[in-house]
Design a protein around this ligand. Structure first.
Ligand code: CDP
Ligand code: MG
Length: 139
């Protein structure tokens, strides 16, 4: 398997709670290399485009108001099987169902405020990395 890149977000609840350092430490400890990282403040427009597959779903309004409430950290992570590795490190979408020790179990508050985002496939990783990062932002 070739080296793969994936996209991640440290969501507003975890940034506000000063958990960025702990999450980055877990990322590095899991063997995911940082290839891009920056703070950003999402807007409703950016959020709608980023979460285009969820815009029509009932939970979307609460997701959007959460994602714009404070700064986020945008990440490009690299490893063999990076997409699955990062999903496994995050745990299930709902922190109540996430395995003990996963980031969402540790830092997630509820099904919406779940601390982290991760791409779910090679196609979404490519789209999401390109959405937030230019070539010169990545190393
Ligand atoms: O983030 P993940 O790929 O695990 O889940 P998703 O189904 O793609 O949903 C995207 C995001 O929407 C989640 O990470 C949650 O923040 C939020 N969500 C929610 O608020 N309520 C749900 N029932 C499902 C997802
Ligand atoms: Mg998803």
């Amino acid at each position: 398997m070739a080296i793969e890149r994936t996209f991640g977000i440290i969501k507003p609840n975890a940034v506000k709670a000063c958990q960025v350092g702990q999450i980055i430490s877990e990322i590095e400890g899991a063997g995911l290399a940082l290839r891009g990282m920056r703070l950003a403040r999402l807007t409703p427009e950016i959020c709608k485009e980023f979460y285009q597959e969820h815009v029509a779903k009932p939970f979307y309004p609460s997701l959007e108001s959460f994602m714009v409430e404070g700064p986020v950290v945008l990440l490009c992570l690299e490893a063999e099987h990076a997409i699955q590795l990062w999903r496994d490190l995050m745990g299930a979408t709902d922190p109540a169902k996430a395995a003990p020790g996963t980031l969402r179990a540790r830092f997630g508050a509820d099904h919406t405020r779940n601390a982290t985002h991760g791409s779910d496939s090679p196609a979404s990783a490519q789209r999401e990395l390109g959405f937030f990062f230019g070539a010169y932002d990545l190393v």
